[in-house]
Design a binder for this molecule. Structure first.
Ligand code: PHE
Length: 346
């Protein structure tokens, strides 16, 4: 066959084959057949030697045209198939942003901790330090240094979990008082609160738990009086339960304070008129307090002739229950998210 005709037939063959190219695989077969090293278009030039001298230029031009046509198809098809593949991929992997989201379940702070945060804020604003005590205490710090010797009857009410004769789970955050005073080597003034857990051998019921939390407060300085204690607690109660609240001190007994008081707040449910919440008395008991017993001061290295102080202990769950109208202390520990829902948190 005349080489020019051969070139034409290769072009025609390619044009036919082009119609059959549907995907990448077809395209690479097409490439092998026409454009690879031994492909039909690539080898056309080898026919040059059979072409007469006067037709060589025309033949060369022809071959170049045939090749250019096939290459341009190949390039265009390649692009087209790649684009198609990309579109297909995008279509398959498309994310429907109109679907409703899953929503993030944000946890909430247990009201128990919200109360601790609030109490801390109030006392920090009055210049108190926050100290962390220890849950595992010694008999010495939990009782002896607080003027509760071994045979003291008040130990009955504060039976607890013992590891051995000396080590126990503290029954009151008051143990932190003795630590604060003893650890203060310079015997400088103290103003601290200590939030933490306390443990007692209580039967668990609506208002009692073998584990609960208290916030201890201690102020030791020269010239501290019961008036300072009253003013401090009044401020605390107003910030915690509202400006209209009043407090009332009733005399009481704690071995480590003298005099000791039980502090009531005017009922915020009935404004003092009497209701089930305050058992018709108009007052709700919220904490124990008193002037640090001089015996405790001197056992802890403070000269009671020079220094005086006050201490108080607030029940965290009790405050939270009153504040939020929670009926059962056990709810704080049950980890039920339904319980947490209504509390706004910060
Ligand atoms: N520790 C006492 C209790 O648990 C409370 C208290 C603390 C009383 C500080 C007076 C002073 O009941």
């Amino acid at each position: 066959m005349d080489p020019i005709q051969t070139a034409d037939s290769v072009l025609n063959e390619a044009l036919d084959a082009e119609k059959e190219v549907k995907d990448q695989n077809d395209l690479s077969l097409f490439y092998n057949r026409f454009l690879s090293k031994k492909g039909k278009a690539s080898t056309l030039m080898t026919l040059m030697k059979e072409v007469k001298a006067e037709h060589k230029a025309a033949f060369g031009k022809k071959v170049n045209e045939v090749k250019a046509s096939i290459v341009s198809f190949y390039e265009a098809k390649k692009k087209e198939l790649e684009q198609k593949e990309l579109e297909e991929k995008l279509r398959k992997e498309r994310i429907d942003i109109t679907l409703p989201g899953k929503g993030n379940l944000l946890g909430r702070k247990n009201p128990f901790y919200q109360i601790i945060d609030e109490v801390e804020d109030i006392f920090v604003s009055m210049g108190y330090q926050i100290v962390s005590g220890r849950d595992v205490e010694t008999d010495h710090f939990n009782f002896e240094l607080l003027n509760v010797p071994k045979d003291h009857p008040s130990r009955d009410m504060q039976d607890t979990f013992y590891f051995d004769a000396e080590r126990l789970l503290r029954t009151q955050t008051s143990a932190a008082q003795a630590h604060a005073m003893l650890e203060n080597a310079e015997k400088t003034p103290i103003k601290m609160i200590c939030p933490g857990k306390a443990y007692r051998r209580d039967d668990d019921d609506m208002t009692h738990s073998h584990q609960f939390a208290q916030i201890e407060g201690l102020v030791v300085d020269k010239g501290i009086s019961l008036a300072n204690l009253k003013a401090t607690l009044e401020l605390f109660v107003k910030k915690m339960f509202g400006e209209k609240r009043e407090i009332r001190l009733r005399s009481s007994y704690f071995p480590f304070t003298e005099p000791s008081v039980e502090v009531d707040v005017s009922c915020f449910s009935c404004q003092g008129k009497g209701c089930p919440m305050c058992k018709d008395t108009g007052w709700i008991e919220i904490l124990g307090a008193g002037m640090v017993n001089p015996k405790v001061l001197s056992m802890c290295g403070y000269d009671p002739e020079v220094y005086s102080g006050f201490a108080f202990g607030v029940g965290v769950e009790r405050v939270a229950m009153l504040r939020y109208g929670i009926d059962d202390i056990r709810r704080f520990y049950q980890n039920d998210v339904r319980f947490l829902k209504p509390f706004p948190g910060k």
